[in-house]
Design a protein around this ligand. Structure first.
Ligand code: SAH
Length: 345
């Protein structure tokens, strides 16, 4: 049995027509799901009795069980959810000057094996379903509803490689963007990938207005292969050619994420190489402070050195930003969502 939040509006219309009912019921149902944001079919009070009974019979109504929640001084809140099969996932709400953003998890565990990342410590157990991703955003939105606030941005940068769960990720993005869904602007939704080139091409073919971010982290194959095994499968040449294909189809600017690893990728030589990659593309670099992961053996570039690297890029004519840390004291900072909760509970 599928979950109600797995369905796109169109699929729901088709289901309803198949059942010999009139199409407007899809509209009615989606208003309850995404606008009034109820917690069960029984709360959909104006639905015809036979329609509600049918829905209850044919669909589950996913709800994430929140098992832990931590809030940092800056408001960043990390939620730990238990899925129906007992697996645990994390979702983060961040307060930015431009609005509230939610960082969504796309898989239970991750198989990409990036050496610096805590998420990869737990191998992939399974992909998240569309409804499990939608429910993360809905849950946070329901919290914000209490103060008439809204989720303005969504980033798929939690645990997992979204392009290793491509179809569900795209449908999730479409649902939260849809007028019938949560109406989060397409330009405010960002999917982040470690660089699965064929999926980047497929994404380009979708002609979406969503944003794409690439976890680059190293400007040459030698170093990148050392820290990101995906680079063996799709070395820089292939990755960059898939991005050029993307840019030939989309006017959206590409974000290159670049965590600063002390003495490893923060040298002048790396800045020069990075500039070669970024300068002639519709792209910019988001420099991310590295959050140390005990097990990894990498350390983060100091604030002073980070600024120096930023300056090197400026001098080379590269557009860059230095990302602020969010909620690091609760281990909700980028890349710190760790499957450790699985072990701790
Ligand atoms: N698999 C996707 C999305 C999840 S990771 C991807 O690779 O893009 C989200 C971002 O956090 C990636 O850029 C990832 O490389 C980065 N990251 C991982 N561990 C980190 C750490 N310890 N400190 C800072 N960023 C980290």
């Amino acid at each position: 049995m599928r979950d109600i939040y797995d369905y796109s509006y169109k699929e729901m219309e088709e289901y309803i027509l198949e059942k010999g009912m009139r199409k407007f019921r899809a509209q009615q149902l989606f208003t309850w799901l995404y606008k009034k944001r109820v917690n069960g079919f029984d709360e959909m009070t104006d639905l015809a009795k036979d329609f509600r009974t049918m829905l209850e019979k044919d669909f589950t109504f996913s709800s994430l069980e929140v098992v832990n929640q931590q809030t940092a001084k800056d408001g960043t809140t990390k939620y730990l959810f238990k899925l129906a099969d007992g697996h645990l996932i994390e979702t983060v709400l961040m307060y930015n000057d431009y609005g509230k953003s939610v960082c969504v998890t796309s898989q239970v565990g991750c198989n990409m094996g990036c050496k610096f990342c805590a998420s990869g410590l737990l191998k992939k157990k399974r992909n998240l379903t569309v409804s499990e991703m939608v429910s993360q955003v809905l849950f946070v939105q329901k919290q914000l509803d209490k103060s008439q606030d809204r989720v303005s941005n969504v980033v798929i940068m939690g645990i997992g490689e979204p392009f290793d769960n491509y179809d569900n990720t795209i449908q999730f993005m479409k649902t939260i963007n849809s007028d019938h869904g949560l109406e989060v602007g397409a330009r405010k939704i960002t999917v982040s990938t470690c660089g699965i080139a064929p999926k980047i091409r497929q994404f380009a073919d979708g002609d979406y207005q969503f944003n794409i971010a690439i976890s680059l982290h190293a400007p040459n194959d030698d170093l990148r292969s050392k820290i990101m095994p995906i680079n063996h499968a799709y070395p820089l040449k292939e990755l960059l050619s898939s991005l050029d294909y993307y840019s030939s189809k989309s006017n959206r600017r590409i974000t290159f994420e670049y965590i600063l690893l002390k003495g490893l990728n923060d040298t002048q030589e790396c800045a020069n190489q990075l500039a070669e990659i970024v300068r002639n593309r519709n792209a910019y670099v988001n420099l991310i402070p590295y959050n140390s992961v005990d097990e990894s053996g990498f350390s983060s570039t100091s604030d002073k050195e980070s600024l120096k690297f930023y300056d090197m890029l400026m001098k080379l004519g590269v557009k860059a930003t230095l990302r602020a840390k969010h909620g690091d004291e609760i281990e909700a900072a980028c890349g710190q969502l760790r499957a450790q909760s699985e072990r701790n509970l």
